[in-house]
Design a protein around this ligand. Structure first.
Ligand code: G3P
Length: 220
């Protein structure tokens, strides 16, 4: 499963990219609104940090507006993936942009039926939101399982990008379900590292080493 960071914050992206495990980035209007520079400028800065697919969402809600913004976003950098919402106009724009060779991430997907529409429109990926379904008392991860099975049944090329992942468990469940990509906030990526037995084990190894060799290991 590819790991994308779900953030528009440059410091978080730099830290994540330095670990060598970040394959791409997803942004949305809410995330970009926190950063204090124009979305176009921020997306451009992100392309200088992560060399992988970077989702930039349209904010127009009509077909013509989405096409115009989608083409403008795609022109920022070769790594841009245009994000369109799963509305009638969004699916129409996805279809047209995809025909033009622009990769589209269809976002705000909450059901397998919606995901079939995205695949039929030639989306590069579809983004089902797991956490927001869980918020309603539904089992978000089941939607990932269903979409992966349906796409495999018909050989759809559209990738499943599990979004709205709120915990390390969500990441693991998305991977088990067969999601091609998981996008997560920096905090969740950071949490994936943590295990008390790793800390305890490393501490013991270093104590044993110091005791035997009467010296601190390099870098300590
Ligand atoms: O970027 C879309 C999605 O990942 C948002 O997550 O936590 O706001 O539901 P969340």
């Amino acid at each position: 499963m590819k790991f994308f960071l779900d953030t528009a914050n440059l410091e978080e992206l730099k830290k994540g990219a330095a670990w060598g495990v970040v394959d791409g980035v997803t942004t949305n209007p809410s995330l970009l609104a926190k950063e204090g520079v124009t979305p176009h400028e921020q997306i451009h800065r992100i392309t200088e940090i992560v060399d992988g697919p970077i989702s930039a969402e349209v904010v127009a809600t009509d077909f013509e507006g989405m096409l115009r913004e989608g083409r403008e976003n795609a022109a920022i950098h070769r790594n841009i993936v245009v994000k369109c919402p799963l509305t009638r106009a969004g699916i129409q724009a996805c279809s047209k942009l995809s025909q033009e060779g622009i990769r589209v991430n269809v976002t705000l997907c909450f059901s397998p039926g919606q995901a079939i529409l995205a695949a039929k429109a030639g989306a590069w990926c579809v983004s089902p939101f797991i956490g927001r379904l869980d918020d309603l008392g539904l089992e978000g991860i089941q939607v990932i399982r269903d979409i992966c099975r349906i796409y495999a049944n018909y050989g759809f090329k559209t990738q499943v990008l599990a979004a709205s992942l709120r915990s390390p468990l969500h990441v693991v469940q998305a991977a088990e379900a067969g999601a091609h990509i998981g996008t997560m906030p920096f905090k969740v990526l950071d949490q994936l590292f943590n295990h008390p037995l790793t800390d305890k084990g490393l501490d013991q190894f270093l104590k044993d080493y110091s005791k035997a060799f009467q010296e601190a290991p390099a870098g300590r």
